[in-house]
Write a protein that binds this ligand. Structure first.
Ligand SMILES: CC(C)(COP(=O)(O)OP(=O)(O)OC[C@H]1O[C@@H](n2cnc3c(N)ncnc32)[C@H](O)[C@@H]1OP(=O)(O)O)[C@@H](O)C(=O)NCCC(=O)NCCS
Length: 314
């Protein structure tokens, strides 16, 4: 196989194609579900009708003219690459960032990979005794992310395509309000966009996790909950009331000393989560909520947001 040629036809850097080839050349892939079953599966994965329609339109039928040999190769090898790390919980890039505006096959290649891995991870969950309802609730983050990416004019996807490999490797579980991400000695909390972060909902969710992990992962020993987020930036307290959900969430954590995170710009992350944009000029952003006004005014004053990490004992 000519990797150079593959990279240029995919419109991606050669190094990205070489990485997929190196990591996944001889590993087993997994088949996609039957196309006839796909609409019902997409519904269970909370994929909205407009996203589902695009996914069905680009379906990798044998012989579909939308699927060039390079795209088929990448889909098959990406599935193999992610599948090989079943049970893993590290950050995993499933393949190169594609030029998604070339059509539905390009746009949703990693969604098809996700769909192929749903069956694989359901077996893994079953082996761990994870209730089916937890499986589907967890995996339905696909639909949530696709909808957010659409709101973001597709700016959000490069992070999402790596994020969603956690779900299909059994690395993350949604239990009530929060998502719980297995780690080394600590369970990392993630906060999906699913309504207010009330202290009651957080407490109930943490209780679920305290019961879930010893039951389903008895070989893993967790001593703390941790979190890395813009939500833990103490500067937010300058702007938000004491009884706001974000400030109350913060008060559970002991923060680690601040250090600039590598490869992550907290100002951009705040724009991602508060405005669902990465690139809109400050003057054009909405000022509807207290937080939106805080974010804009803080940046306009020449200050910066911080990505903070912290934790508390289980
Ligand atoms: C985390 C989250 C649920 C908190 O929302 P919340 O429970 O409403 O938080 P608070 O009660 O502290 O809100 C305080 C104020 O900020 C506003 N606010 C909070 N989160 C907001 C957001 N993401 N975008 C815009 N405004 C927001 C609230 O509307 C409120 O303003 P108001 O009094 O003018 O209405 C919300 O920010 C969210 O959905 N974020 C997206 C997911 C995320 O950021 N995850 C973490 C990734 S690292």
């Amino acid at each position: 196989m000519d990797l150079d040629d593959t990279a240029s036809r995919l419109g991606v850097p050669l190094a990205d194609v070489e990485r997929v080839h190196r990591l996944a050349a001889d590993l087993p892939s997994a088949p996609l579900p039957d196309k006839a079953d796909a609409p019902a599966i997409l519904e269970r994965l909370a994929v909205r009708p407009d996203d589902a329609a695009e996914i069905m339109e680009g379906w990798p039928d044998p012989g579909s003219p939308l699927w060039t040999p390079e795209l088929r190769w990448l889909l098959d090898r990406s599935i193999a690459l992610v599948r090989a790390d079943l049970g893993g919980y590290g950050w995993l890039v499933p393949g190169p960032e594609l030029p998604r505006d070339r059509g539905p096959a390009w746009r949703h290649l990693y969604v098809y990979a996700y769909l192929a891995l749903v069956g694989v991870v359901l077996d893994y969950h079953r082996d761990h005794g994870v209730p089916e309802q937890v499986s589907w609730t967890t995996l339905a983050d696909l639909g949530r992310n696709l909808a957010i990416d659409r709101r973001m004019n597709r700016e959000g996807w490069p992070v999402m395509q790596a994020w969603l490999t956690l779900h299909v490797r059994g690395g993350i579980y949604e239990l009530g309000r929060l998502q719980f991400h297995r780690g080394d000695g600590a369970i990392n909390l993630h906060i999906p966009e699913s309504g207010p972060l009330t202290p009651e909902a957080v407490a109930a969710s943490l209780d679920e996790a305290r019961a879930f992990f010893p039951r389903h992962f008895p070989d893993e020993h967790y001593t703390s909950f941790t979190c890395g987020s813009w939500l833990l930036d103490p500067q937010l307290r300058e702007y938000l009331p004491e009884d706001s959900n974000i400030v109350r969430f913060q008060s559970m954590f002991e923060l680690e000393p601040y250090k600039e995170p590598e490869g992550l710009d907290a100002d951009v992350e705040v724009l991602r989560f508060v405005f669902r944009t990465l690139s809109t000029p400050l003057d054009q952003l909405p000022r509807r909520t207290a937080l939106q006004r805080a974010v804009i005014d803080h940046l306009k004053a020449g200050r910066h947001w911080q990505w903070r990490t912290g934790g508390f004992p289980i």
